[in-house]
Write a protein that binds this ligand. Structure first.
Ligand code: BDR
Ligand code: CA
Length: 315
């Protein structure tokens, strides 16, 4: 069992969908060895994301998980947050107690660097589900990181589905486009879950009720979070529910067969007047630029929700 487990670091800005991604990882110990959770400013400011990550761990009865606070603002720009989606706390939808588990003393970027240096090269996967500030800072500070990462599996970007925070850009990339450009240009194996995929992971009524019916605290908590943020998404998209973006990354680690995509060139727009933060994905391979990412385009949503529901039932 030990050899088959994949060592990962989740880099996150919880966020209800981030919370579900963390729960899915914690519910999958046979496959996933969660070395730590690194927090970044994004959906809400850093103090809240660092709080929320610990709230989620304690909800899962995992006060032993190492949680680190990282960068409190993007590399070159003021922070843009998304309380309009996630609520004032970032985890609105259910009242949960303040965490008692400690925040680790080390900075998230130092933890990422030290962990990648301590573990055998090619053995640690990074799972960023917020703005890429921590990851880009680690690469800039310690370029030897790049050759040591097994893979980056991230949620971010959009192409055919266009943007959610601007007409052209997805939130995680838009918040720190310079960090995203550094990560996409680093030469690390990259798997990208853009809105093209995550907008198919919709929390329809039957799927939410299946969460709510689970025994224990987790299913009802996930249903309450979903109830909260789907109000915004249903109004915006006219869809049957809200997209559960971030858990697609962890689901990919567990069941890559649920997703299909293309290995293509993806560039990050850092200058566009209207297109800042756009992921310019060469889906039709017309640019002649070298592929740098596996950009997902489709998913088996039913299979994804079955997996998620089964795993949450185990926690
Ligand atoms: C991404 O932005 C955040 O609001 C979500 O947590 C997700 O990571 C979707 O655009
Ligand atoms: Ca997120």
């Amino acid at each position: 069992m030990a050899e088959a487990r994949r060592k990962i670091i989740i880099d996150t800005d919880p966020g209800q969908d981030d919370a579900v991604a963390i729960l899915l990882a914690l519910a999958s110990p046979e496959e996933i060895d969660l070395l730590g959770i690194t927090c970044v400013a994004g959906n809400v400011p850093l103090a809240l994301t660092a709080r929320n990550a610990r709230v989620v761990c304690e909800l899962a009865g995992r006060g032993d998980v190492k949680v680190f606070a990282g960068c409190d603002r993007p590399l070159q720009r003021p922070l843009v947050t998304a309380e309009h989606v996630h609520g004032k706390t970032g985890l609105d939808g259910i009242d949960l107690p303040d965490p008692v588990m400690p925040l680790q003393d080390a900075h998230a970027v130092d933890f990422i660097i030290e962990t990648l240096r301590a573990e055998p090269p090619g053995s640690v996967t990074l799972v960023p589900i917020g703005p890429l500030t921590n990851i880009a800072t680690a690469f800039a500070r310690a370029p030897d990181m790049v050759g040591r990462v097994a893979e980056i599996v991230l949620m971010g970007g959009a192409y055919f589905e266009v943007g959610n925070i601007t007409p052209a850009a997805e939130f995680n990339i838009y918040v720190d486009p310079e960090a995203a450009a550094a990560v996409f240009g680093a030469g690390v194996p990259l798997v990208v879950m853009p809105l093209d995929v995550t907008h198919k992971a919709l929390t329809t009524r039957p799927r939410v009720e299946a969460f709510r019916a689970l025994p224990g605290r987790l299913g009802p908590a996930v249903a309450a979070w979903t109830d909260f943020f789907e109000r915004f998404d249903k109004e915006k998209y006219g869809s049957a529910g809200a997209p559960l973006h971030d858990p697609c990354t962890v689901a990919y680690l567990l069941r890559p067969d649920l997703f299909t995509g293309r290995h293509i060139n993806v560039e990050i727009e850092t200058e566009g007047r209207f297109t800042l933060g756009m992921t310019v994905a060469d889906w039709w391979r017309v640019s002649g630029r070298a592929p740098n990412a596996t950009f997902m385009g489709d998913m088996d949503a039913e299979g994804f929700f079955t997996l998620l529901t089964q795993r949450l039932a185990r926690l």
